[in-house]
Every structure is written in C-alpha cells, then in structure tokens.
Design a protein around this ligand. Structure first.
Ligand SMILES: [Zn+2]
Length: 395
C-alpha cells in the first residue's frame, strides 16, 4: 500500500476541503461567512463544501434563522458531529500497550491495556492487533477512520518503521505494514513523546497555532516533543526531540547512546534509581520499587534521597534553560512522574525563573493535566490529521 500526502496531490478541491475542516476543528462552531472570511474561500465554495460535509454527516447546523426580526435573527452555525468519525490511539510502551477510542473532540470513549511480557516484535504486534480488534468490535457500527500508534525510540513516520528502539530492543520493524496487513484500517506511526506534544496542542491547547510549544517528558527516560508554528517538528530523519541525549556534563557517566554525560545520565528516573540503588544497596529491587522508595524517603526528609532528587532536578533545569535559549517557546509542558515530585521540580522552576536572558517570564510553564493517556490522544490527533483533515489516498 502506498500513501501520498494530501498537500502534494495538487487537487484544489481536496485542499479546500482540508482548509474547511481545519477551520471547523480550530474555530468551530462557525458560520459559513466566518469560514469564508478566515479561509479566503469564496462563499459559493464554502456553501458547496458545507453541503458535502452535511450530507456525509460530519458537520451539523444549529441556530435556526427565524426570519422574524422581533425575535432576533440567529445566524446558522456549523459544528462538527463529534462522534461521526472515530480514531484509535495506541501507545506501545516498554511495559504495556495502551489503546483508546477517541472522537473528534478528543474524548476517550473506550480505553484498554495489556501488559507486555515479551518484547519480541511478533508478540507485541500480535497483542496490539488483538487490542485494536477488541475496540473495533466494541464500537460496532461507529466509523473508525484511522489508527495512530506511538512507540518509543527513533520512529520514521513517513515509512511507518520503528528504526531503533533501545528500550524495546527493536530495530527496523515495519510496524505500519505489519498492522495494516491484518487490520483493514489505515495506520500512522510516530514517536511516543512527539505524540504527547501533539496531543497536548491539539486537544488541550485547542488546535493552537502557537509559535512554539515544547513538552518535556521525564520518567524512566527523558524526551521532548516540539511544536513549531502549530506543526509537529520531526527534524531530519525524524530524530528531533532527543533532549535526554543532549550533553550536560562532558566526561560524565557513559550513556546508552555511547556519549558521556547526557541529561538522561543525570536527571532521569533511571539515573536516580541507579544512584539510590548503589547508596542503599538495593541490588535486588526493580526500577519502580526503588523509585517508590526514593520518592517516599525524600518526602520523609531522608537527606540522601532529597540530594539525589534535587541534584537531578537541577540538571533538568539547566537542560530546559538550554531549550528556552534555543527555541524561545510560548509554552513548556512538563509531563511524567518525576515532575510530580516537588523536590525534583523546585530547582527546575527556580533555574527557569532565574533565566532572564531567555525571557522566561513570558513563557507559560505548566504540568500536563493528562498522564498516561496523552500518547493515545496524540496518536488519535495524528490519525485525524492524516486520514480526515489532510485526506490521504491509497494507490
Ligand atoms: Zn545519551
């Protein structure tokens, strides 16, 4: 199966439809004349497109023109029918697969998960297919138009391939093709942290056209997703956002990427649990148990635990200040379990506030209000963009 991007089709009618739908998502409910004003499309074109989308059941009218001046003439507005098209968002994480059915408003109608016991690709892909099929079966006659998948590591979204996922130990897995072979719904894949940024900007930031939004995820590892001028920034070879592998301490600890002193070796959950494991001789405990102990003991005032968290938070603060200097974003979103710890987050915020050169007082910094569902929302948003707004053709 071969896909072409909508914007390359050179088909004016399809491009007009894309523009119309974008406006519906960003500004709806809107009247026909407002759509014409915002888009620059002529009133007859807007009328024709509105009729097309009304007949497809994708939009609806409300606010009837009474024709009675005494009652006040209401302008007829158009709005999206939020459950008329649905997408499935999936996160293939390190420990579990999460999937959800998402509507046009970003509401999650069904959510399912399954634990990953073997990281071997065939097994994980089989589990993913079963999970998607369960959801499709449950939503019966409702129209699922696409599936978005977020996976950890370097993901080539154009090719639909997971190039390298150290956490899953996957290399060059043709994820999109393997899924589409078994499920008759188009699939799009991308990196999980990038999709968090897309989910935040699409559904929580209301399809904002911000000049810059950076979502920083800190848990076991560290990554970031970058939105520039309202669009997800993927970089050359889809490798943008490797914030965890920016070097903060030359000649520091050897990182899994082969460099020394990456932020991930200083400020991630993995780095902190490794330091605490050594300090307290906790060799037998797994990551989540050590992390739990570290956070709890730090909160109870154990100096060794407090030092590990606040030192890691300090490095994270330096890292974020570098991002602010580079991108001068409008908004920074902090996401992940580490940012729930005040001891970790306090030095982060202090360093950002002291960064006057980066104009930090103009930047909105907030914690994401969504935890583990954010990748599902972002994957759903990507599927909506690809398969509804910029409609993709198969050939
Ligand atoms: Zn590294």
């Amino acid at each position: 199966m071969h896909y072409l991007r909508g914007e390359n089709m050179g088909d004016v009618r399809k491009n007009n439809r894309t523009r119309f739908l974008e406006i519906m998502f960003k500004y709806g409910p809107v009247s026909r004349s407002e759509i014409s004003e915002i888009s620059g499309l002529t009133p007859p074109t807007v009328t024709a497109l509105a009729n097309e989308l009304l007949s497809e059941g994708l939009v609806e009218e409300f606010g009837i023109d009474t024709g009675n001046r005494a009652l006040g003439r209401k302008r007829i507005q158009l709005s999206l029918v939020k459950n008329s098209r649905l997408v499935i968002g999936v996160e293939i994480g390190v420990k579990q697969i999460l999937a959800g059915l998402v509507n046009l408003s970003g509401e999650m109608l069904i959510k399912r998960s399954v634990m990953i016991t073997f990281k071997e690709p065939d097994t994980v892909i089989r589990q993913t297919i079963d999970l998607i099929r369960d959801i499709v079966k449950e939503c019966q006659d409702k129209k699922v138009i696409g599936i978005g998948i977020g996976a950890t590591g370097l993901v080539d979204s154009d090719a639909g391939v997971v190039r390298n996922s150290p956490n899953l130990e996957w290399r060059n897995i043709q994820l999109r093709e393997l899924l589409e072979r078994e499920i008759a719904i188009p699939v799009v894949v991308d990196n999980n942290v990038r999709l968090m940024a897309l989910g935040e900007n699409t559904f929580l930031n209301h399809w904002s056209e911000v000049s810059g939004l950076i979502l920083i995820h800190a848990g076991y590892g560290i990554g970031c997703g970058i939105i520039l001028n309202g669009q997800l920034y993927c970089g050359n070879s889809f490798s943008a956002g490797e914030f965890g592998h920016t070097v903060i301490m030359p000649n520091g600890i050897l990182c899994s990427c082969g460099k020394h002193g990456c932020l991930e070796t200083l400020a991630s959950g993995r780095a902190m649990t490794s330091a605490y494991r050594q300090k307290k001789s906790l060799e037998d405990l797994e990551y989540s148990k050590i992390m739990e102990k570290l956070l709890k003991n730090a909160e109870n005032g154990e100096q060794g635990a407090v030092d590990i968290l606040s030192e890691a938070g300090t490095y994270m603060g330096y890292g974020i200040n570098n991002l602010i200097s580079l991108f001068a974003p409008d908004s920074i979103i902090l996401h992940g379990s580490l940012f729930h710890s005040e001891i970790y987050t306090t030095p982060v915020m202090k360093l950002i506030q002291e960064n006057h050169y980066g104009n930090s007082e103009r930047i909105t910094i907030k914690q994401s209000q969504v935890d583990d569902e954010l990748v599902i929302l972002g994957a759903g948003a990507l599927a909506l963009q690809r398969f509804l707004i910029c409609k993709i053709v198969t050939g």
